[in-house]
Write a protein that binds this ligand. Structure first.
Ligand code: ZN
Length: 76
């Protein structure tokens, strides 16, 4: 597998907060619990966010919509 890790710290503060808060935990079956130790990597031209659930500590991997990382920043 060709997996390339990006430096999460190089993301803008807004992006970091978005990724950390916009999470889904399979173990808790709940959204937006937050994650710790976030990592972003690219594999097969798809971007993934990996991190541990703040509540149960399980490792979670989420697909990232690349459009929100590159090009125009989303407006919210
Ligand atoms: Zn959890």
């Amino acid at each position: 597998m060709n997996r390339k890790y990006l430096n999460f710290d190089e993301l803008s503060k807004e992006d970091q907060e978005f990724f950390i808060e916009d999470s889904w935990c399979d173990s808790c079956e709940a959204a937006d619990l937050g994650i710790v130790e976030p990592k972003i990597y690219i594999e097969n031209d798809e971007e993934f966010l990996e991190g541990k659930c703040k509540v149960c500590g399980e490792l979670q991997t989420t697909t990232v919509v690349i459009k929100e990382l590159k090009g125009q920043p989303p407006k919210w």
